[in-house]
Design a protein around this ligand. Structure first.
Ligand code: HEC
Length: 134
């Protein structure tokens, strides 16, 4: 009865376990910061918890926003996203839909709705909870 999550999860596979843990943290509204994983490496692994959103993300945003070479603010990199978020969600939605410098119109997600763009932005900027100043 002590097949605790601790042992198996931790031992098994760093990345997968870590991604799950991050997802849980987001859902539960915060865990302690432990053993801080670094953003750049995490960006390649992070996926939205919502399956539909995860699919949209994987088919579009992820190709650039999890790729340091693309010049896009990386998923989960709160520091890179801070100045973007400071423009306000309206501006970010506008730029997602119409394009912004290296960011292509619709982020290559032609079927994404505005609500989905917002959810994707919140996911990537690691603010997927009631955002500070919407
Ligand atoms: C082809 C590569 C590419 C794809 C695909 C892509 N982005 Fe981007 N995105 C970029 C780059 C590059 C930037 C940085 C633009 C700059 O500031 O010069 C960017 C910036 C942004 C910004 C910040 C805009 C601002 O005003 O600062 C948002 C928001 C954004 N992307 C959302 C998305 C979303 C949502 C998706 C998926 C639906 C997506 N992107 C897909 C390349 C991409």
């Amino acid at each position: 009865m002590q097949a605790g999550q601790g042992g198996s999860l931790r031992a098994a596979n760093g990345w997968r376990g870590r991604t799950v843990a991050l997802g849980l943290c987001a859902l539960l509204g915060g865990c302690g910061e432990e053993a801080g994983p670094q953003a750049p490496a995490g960006a390649a692994q992070a996926v939205p918890a919502d399956a539909a959103l995860a699919q949209l993300y994987g088919a579009s945003c992820r190709q650039c926003h999890a790729n340091p070479a693309a010049g896009a603010p990386l998923t989960g990199d709160a520091v890179a996203w801070a100045p973007r978020l400071a423009k306000g969600m309206d501006a970010l939605l506008e730029h997602s839909i119409n394009g912004f410098q290296g960011m292509p119109p619709m982020g290559l997600c032609m079927q994404c709705t505005e609500a989905e763009f917002q959810a994707l932005i919140e996911f990537m900027s690691a603010t997927s909870k009631p955002a500070e100043d919407l």
